[in-house]
Design a protein around this ligand. Sequence first.
Ligand code: BTX
Length: 323
Amino acid sequence: NTTRNQLIELLKRSNQSFISGQELSENLGISRTAVWKHMKELEKEGYQVQAVPRKGYRISGQPDKLSASTVKWGLRTRWAGKQLFHYPVVESTQVIGHQLAQKGTEEGTVILADEQTAGKGRMGRRWHSAKTEGIWMSIILRPPILPHKAPQITLLTAVAIAEAIESLTNTTPAIKWPNDIFFHDRKAAGILTEMQAEQDEIQYIVLGIGINVNQSLSDLPEDIQQTATSIKQETGIEWELAPLVQQILADFETYYGNYLLNGFAAIKEKWEHYGYKIGEQVHVSASKQEYQAEILGIAEDGALRVRKLDGGDENLYSAEIHW
Ligand code: BTX
């Protein structure tokens, strides 16, 4: 809804002061009655609208729930999330992402849901996506890179999420290779990168991000209560979802842009800054052998670099690591 987006943009810009119905109507190219109707709609969404005769309109409070409007309000990005779809309940935001991407939807389009009934993890696993307790989001990307470099997008996304969470909540997460966000040995977020590609060209990527925000332990299914956590469990307080989404999109846009311009080196360094168990020993089960190794960091292609106790270095792609 472009008129609504423009209206929010105008109200946001005038922020503390009133903006007249006349000015809004001229800027948006709609009648003053239509402006008034939009204001009523915003009120229904939970915004507090002040309407004062001869002064105009002002927004004095916004709802703390997720909607296209609350995410747009205060979004500081150039392209990420400029087009945004929000649903109360979907099977999976990934499914909608694929449908939109196949229709040619622009890069940076975001799909958000309050709840997913069939949230997807990697390799056919499930992602538990309870109602309004977390961020369930997909972003459509069209990176001009070779398909085999796509894992780098996953790694840079993990960095953006870690940094956004850290800057807003003051708690420092770890990135567990390849793409989990951890707090104290428990998973708080996951990333699912699904790609449609030809030999030497990516048509699109649907980048899925799932973050547990306000769940208590008892809100999580029993089978993950020992392994999962949420930002609320780490910080002891509830978090508004919209500012977190905004921060993640802003950090993501910065890292993605930087990566396309300057390559992976800066991302690698940041990733290792947050890397889980770097410098520590783990047990590795590779296809032909089992061994103890120290985690060194990541390689350009996204592999996990380890050093065996007998001195040899290995790049791991799919080995099982007993963290
Ligand atoms: P993954 O395969 O690394 O993790 C899935 C595993 O994590 C599950 O098998 C289960 O053990 C555990 N798990 C399931 N749900 C949760 C949860 N809420 N918190 C912690 N652990 C859990 C990670 O896959 C990728 C997840 C991406 C999810 C996003 S949400 C938006 C988008 N839409 C969609 O359907 N998937 C992505």
